[in-house]
Write a protein that binds this ligand. Structure first.
Ligand SMILES: NC(=O)c1ccc[n+]([C@@H]2O[C@H](COP(=O)([O-])OP(=O)(O)OC[C@H]3O[C@@H](n4cnc5c(N)ncnc54)[C@H](O)[C@@H]3O)[C@@H](O)[C@H]2O)c1
Length: 257
């Protein structure tokens, strides 16, 4: 028996760096997984690889989380394919070409656009899925937040690199955490719950000096791998966490202690 046997889970951004590892873990636990993505050559390739590994348990569907019509088509397509939807994982990471600049270089227009696409997209997906969840009488939402929605940036870990912690990200992820509590309260009495996961940094070829400085604040490993977060996602999607609601689970090797 898998932890997610028979559960239908839609994961936005499911072909991304974390998303593809999550989708693989969800299908491995018995889930039926819809990888909801902006479809291009890369994301299509990721979906094909997952489908080859898991057969019909993983399917890709086109989706733009900033477009209500696209989300409604995703919901209808998922129900047509699997009959119902047990859970939504808000995991996509929309950003424009200017995203990632240092504080002084961020324009008002870029700030508003990036916050709007990401936090606004998480809101919009939740709104559309909750409508469906209400009709079927149950539902579960997991929002991917971040340690940077929990604590202030440690800018010193980026010294000597081109990297920074974008100001938009702090606003987005702290907002996603409060959106999580808002949705849990909003859905009271409707058998729909909502929780968040706040991962620490995920290893992805960053400069060694940065990894060292980051590790100095952690308790064991430092930067994590996506696989290190997947177990918490499985738990929140499973019935083991049935009465956990409105919470945030920080998975960061103690970095925010
Ligand atoms: N990578 C990290 O270190 C880290 C740490 C903590 C939290 N997170 C969070 O985890 C989540 C996934 O991050 P990631 O690093 O895998 O990002 P990623 O950029 O590798 O993947 C994100 C995916 O989202 C998709 N996407 C972008 N815009 C979209 C839209 N409008 N509609 C639907 N899909 C869209 C992209 O095609 C991409 O495949 C994000 O919420 C991110 O903030 C990441």
């Amino acid at each position: 028996m898998g932890l997610l046997d028979g559960k239908v889970v839609v994961i936005t951004g499911g072909a991304g760096r974390l998303g593809r590892v999550f989708a693989d873990a969800l299908a491995g636990a018995g889930g039926r997984v819809v990888v909801a993505e902006v479809m291009n050559d890369h994301t299509t390739g990721v979906v094909e690889a997952l489908a080859t590994r898991h057969g019909g348990a993983v399917v890709g569907m086109a989706c733009d989380i900033t477009d209500a019509g696209s989300l409604d088509r995703l919901i209808d397509g998922t129900v047509a394919r699997f009959g119902h939807i047990d859970a939504l994982v808000n995991n996509a990471y929309p950003r424009n070409a200017a995203y990632g600049r240092k504080f002084d270089e961020v324009t008002y227009a870029d700030f508003v656009e990036n916050v709007g696409m990401h936090a606004g997209g998480y809101f919009l997906a939740a709104q559309r899925f909750i409508r469906r969840f209400e009709q079927q009488g149950h539902g579960n939402i997991v929002n991917m937040a971040s340690i940077y929605g929990v604590v202030a940036p440690r800018f010193e870990v980026y010294a000597g690199t081109d990297m920074t912690m974008p100001v938009e990200y702090a606003v987005i992820k702290s907002g996603v955490l409060m959106l999580t509590r808002y949705l849990a309260a909003h859905c009271a009495g409707r058998n729909i719950r909502c929780n968040a996961i706040s991962p620490g940094g995920i290893r992805d070829g960053q400069p060694e000096a940065f990894l060292e400085r980051y590790r100095a604040h952690a308790l064991t490993k430092g930067m994590l791998d996506a696989q290190d977060v997947a177990g918490t996602l499985l738990f929140l999607l499973s019935d083991l966490s049935a009465y956990i609601n409105g919470q945030n689970i920080v998975v960061d090797d103690g970095w925010t202690l």
